[in-house]
Design a protein around this ligand. Structure first.
Ligand code: GLY
Length: 399
């Protein structure tokens, strides 16, 4: 096994035209995780958990985090980052903070709180990691409630979850967005851990219907699929955060890569593996040489567009997993190599500003709405540290 991983690593240096920038830096996994720990401590000094405000993003002209309340869609990422850091460092004071910030999120589970699909991100990144590391039964209950709240948005006529229940008009009678693929994970987990088997069926139906309607022939995603509520038919694919309805929004494609990889892990249905390959291969084909996408692959004057490090971090984490699930050795190697190239570039000084407490620079949150452009964003950091830990685990397993 050790030999296998060494061969994979060797092929990064010799086999690929790319990784040109990334090859020039020293990539030491422990060094990257130490860096994350240092940045986390800076963040902890700059905010207070008494108020339950979560660090969300740092705009290019700012030096510190903009914080959000627990109802923001990104509120689970900061507790999740703390749990990953605790997993690595075993530092008790980080565990205390991870616990405090996670428990801030309990009000999201109240039935008075009308959630959308983001309840999956909010609850699974926080309580999911908390339960994985502590086995505290209160956290397990929180995940099960979160999964049921997500499932309550499922419409059997359409076969998907209604992602944004607060948008309902003539143009968009019913919407299902690509990001929602990520939140099937809490349903699969709940179905395996005492929840109803219906949760599994809902996740599989959502993934299947989304696969049919939310993608163009080449495997590129529509951010938003619009459906009819009377007979459930697919009306059109449009964008919300991408450049145009038919353009390839980088983070949307990253959510698809991660989502279908996870659905294959949970179902072992090869249809989903083949689809994960299809969406991945398109993304890799269209990447620039440094492995970090611009925010939309089809935005005009591409070289002048801002990058999206968050898409790269999500994809890097996903491809490590996909490489372990592959039944095709050539593809396994290709995905593993690509992921390491992404991680190397994200770990370079081009993505770091020691003056800011985030891990990564250069993410684009919502270009059309003109915010978080070329910014630090908490979900980029979350998937970056997740990817580092996945890689470290793979190295350990190969020893
Ligand atoms: N889930 C929203 C986004 O990806 O920006």
């Amino acid at each position: 096994m050790k030999l296998k991983l060494s061969l994979l690593l060797l092929s990064i240096n010799f086999g690929l035209k790319t990784c040109v920038f990334a090859d020039t830096i020293d990539f030491n996994i422990d060094k990257q995780l130490d860096y994350c720990d240092v940045q986390i401590k800076k963040t902890l000094k700059s905010i207070s958990s008494d108020s339950c405000l979560m660090p969300r993003s740092i705009e290019p002209n700012q030096k510190n985090w903009n914080t959000v309340d627990i109802y923001d869609w990104t509120s689970g990422f900061w507790p999740g980052i703390l749990w990953y850091d605790y997993e690595e460092t075993h530092n008790k004071s980080i565990e205390v903070k991870a616990t405090e910030y996670t428990e801030c999120l309990f009000p999201l589970l109240s039935y008075e709180h009308k959630n959308d699909h983001d309840i999956g991100f909010q609850i699974f990144c926080s309580f999911g990691n908390a339960y994985r590391l502590t086995k505290n039964n209160a956290y397990k209950k929180a995940i099960l409630i979160g999964a049921n709240k997500l499932a309550s948005l499922y419409n059997p006529k359409v076969g998907t979850i209604l992602s944004w229940p607060w948008i309902k008009n003539k143009a968009w009678p019913y919407n299902t967005i690509m990001d929602n693929m990520m939140n099937l994970e809490i349903l699969f987990w709940a179905a395996r851990n005492g929840g109803s088997h219906d949760l599994y069926d809902i996740a599989v139906s959502h993934a299947t219907v989304t696969m049919k309607n939310s993608f163009r022939k080449d495997g590129g995603n529509y951010h938003v699929a619009v459906y009819d509520t009377i007979d459930g038919h697919f009306i059109k694919g449009v964008t919300n955060q991408g450049y145009s309805d038919n353009s390839l929004w980088a983070r949307g494609q990253a959510w698809a890569i991660y989502g279908y990889t996870m659905v294959y892990r949970e179902t072992r249905d090869k249809v989903f593996l083949r689809f994960a390959e299809k969406v991945t291969n398109l993304y890799l084909r269209r990447l620039p040489a440094d492995y970090i996408p611009y925010w939309d692959f089809d935005a005009p004057d591409l070289l002048k567009q801002p990058k999206d490090a968050s898409a790269a971090a999500i994809t890097a984490a996903a491809l490590l997993e996909l490489s372990t699930l592959e039944d095709n050795a050539r593809l396994a190697k290709k995905y593993f190599n690509a992921s390491i190239c992404m991680l190397k570039e994200l770990s370079s000084k081009r993505y770091r500003d020691k003056g800011k407490p985030s891990f990564l620079l250069h993410s684009t949150g919502n270009y059309p709405a003109k915010y978080e452009i070329d910014a630090s964003i908490n979900y980029a950091d979350y998937y970056y540290i997740q990817a580092l830990l996945r890689y470290k685990e793979m190295l350990k397993r190969s020893e």
